[in-house]
Design a protein around this ligand. Structure first.
Ligand SMILES: [Mg+2]
Length: 357
């Protein structure tokens, strides 16, 4: 392949109304506040990347991502697109704390590169499968609402429902019973987002057992740094334990394996970037740890990229890539076709197959 230089870089905020408000510790978000980077190659190909920052998870927001990407712009210009790994490595050394901004750059480079090769991104990664099934998350809502939502989601075809736990044990159990009641055929996954102490998590699992609730997965029961605490939970249950907030880097994944504290690792490109996510997947697979893929508040661009990764690498046992935006509010078009609960990637479109609306 001849050298193809990056000739233009555009950086812009992407705002779009969320289907449901999203609560974080410092307030409630009503819209996604993301950033899109576009790289234009000398052959005319455009590559798109998205950063979906969320302060409590990665310490970034739209303003910091815009500043980081503007600082990267000069460095990226005139580079050869096939050298995307070198570009990414240098950016990682410099902007080591700005992972969602770097993820957007990697996404745009890989989109442009695979478009220039004229193959879909998932085929570039191995092309294991072109259909990916996702779960759907039911928010922390009263039990009657959870029951109605669960029944509607099951009727739409979802086979796995996820809910957040860890704030109030009796409310969590009422909501889980309501979900089970509304969608008896659906599997349930729970995510404590670091909300329990190790003893509380085990107590919670015992209470679930008494209520005949058998989750297929328990994400991040305890604070991300407490790997021995997570191991304690794992040793006191048969429910698979998933490390999410505990794993941002490949070194984190190695620590999980050394500690023996989790059965599953949840990979999110907004925690690790794309290239390091591939490393984490390889480490997990080598250690017989199962894989999950999740998301932050991406639009169809970032979600579509994660679908390509799951489809390209294969063997993701748990997929949590439910959209947060109504289709009419999506800032991008194309990408994997979504008919709940399945994403299907078309081989007709190269790269991520996504365009700015
Ligand atoms: Mg999680």
């Amino acid at each position: 392949m001849e050298r193809i230089k990056i000739k233009k870089v555009f950086i812009e905020p992407v705002n779009s109304a969320l289907a449901e408000p999203f609560k974080i510790a410092i307030g409630t978000k009503y819209s996604i506040e993301n950033v899109c980077i576009t790289v234009v190659l000398e052959n005319g190909v455009e590559g798109y990347g998205e950063a979906a920052p969320l302060e409590p998870v990665n310490g970034e927001n739209q303003a910091t991502v815009l500043a980081t990407l503007n600082s990267c712009k000069e460095f990226i210009l005139d580079k050869d697109i096939s050298e995307y790994r070198d570009i990414s490595k240098i950016l990682k050394n410099v902007f080591w704390a700005q992972v969602t901004a770097r993820c957007a750059v990697e996404m745009a480079l890989l989109d442009a590169f695979t478009k220039s090769l004229n193959i879909p991104f998932y085929k570039f990664l191995g092309g294991t499968n072109n259909i990916i099934e996702t779960d759907y998350t039911i928010d922390i809502v009263p039990p009657d609402v959870a029951k109605t939502d669960a029944a509607k989601l099951a009727a739409k075809g979802y086979r796995t429902l996820k809910t957040k736990v860890g704030k109030n044990i009796s409310e969590d159990i009422s909501r889980l019973l309501a979900i089970k009641d509304g969608a008896s055929g659906c599997a349930i996954t729970i995510d404590a987002n670091q909300g329990f102490s190790p003893c509380e998590a085990v107590h919670f699992l015992n209470e679930l057992e008494k209520n005949h609730i058998h989750p297929i997965l328990f994400e991040q029961p305890v604070i991300k740094t407490d790997l021995p605490g997570m191991k304690y939970v794992k040793e006191h249950t048969s429910v698979p334990i998933c490390a999410d907030e505990s794993v941002f880097t490949s070194a984190d994944a190695i620590n999980i394996i050394r500690t023996g504290c989790a059965d599953v690792i949840n990979i999110k490109i907004m925690k690790s970037g794309i290239i390091e996510a591939l490393d984490i997947a390889a480490i997990a697979r080598s250690a017989n740890i199962k894989l999950m893929i999740g998301c932050m508040l991406e639009s169809s661009l970032g979600l579509g990229c994660s679908v390509h990764i799951a489809a390209g690498l294969g063997n993701f046992n748990y997929v949590d890539l439910d959209p947060h935006i109504e289709p009419e509010n999506e800032p991008f078009t194309g990408g994997p076709d979504y008919k709940a609960p399945l994403y299907t990637i078309s081989d007709e479109r190269s790269g991520l197959g996504i365009k700015r609306r």
